[in-house]
Design a binder for this molecule. Structure first.
Ligand code: ZN
Length: 129
């Protein structure tokens, strides 16, 4: 038994679970905010639909395809931001998103891990504009 290997497996399972069973997958009818973008380095694509009630994220859905890191990160993000205020999400740092992911992300994978939050912030920025 290798304890460190065990921890790695745990995190990997966590990511793979979100990848295989994404939370809040799909789209919203008449979303208050929506945006879609891709990460050409990896071929990841993510769309985020947001419903806003007052100043809060009432519902959020994502649709996309790509690597496990990009899709799992987006899935985790939708869970994390539901119920938060728009301002709170706009202030969410890349570091916080990576921390939420729970695994160390190599430099080449950063764009994968951060595509979801980038798309979500773009959607909210367009909504405000
Ligand atoms: Zn990727």
């Amino acid at each position: 038994m290798n304890d460190f290997g065990g921890v790695d497996d745990l995190y990997r399972d966590f990511i793979l679970d979100h990848y295989r069973h994404p939370r809040n997958a799909g789209t919203l009818e008449n979303p208050d905010a929506t945006f879609e973008d891709n990460n050409p380095l990896c071929g990841d694509r993510i769309r985020m639909d947001v419903r806003i009630a007052g100043d809060r994220i009432d519902d959020v859905r994502f649709a996309g395809r790509g690597c496990a890191i990009s899709q799992a990160s987006a899935s985790l993000l939708t869970e994390a931001v539901k119920g938060k205020t728009v301002a709170e999400v706009e202030q969410l740092s890349d570091e916080a998103v990576l921390e939420n992911l729970g695994i160390s992300i190599s430099a080449v994978r950063l764009k994968c891990a951060l595509l979801g939050i980038k798309v979500l912030k773009s959607a909210l920025a367009l909504k405000r504009g």
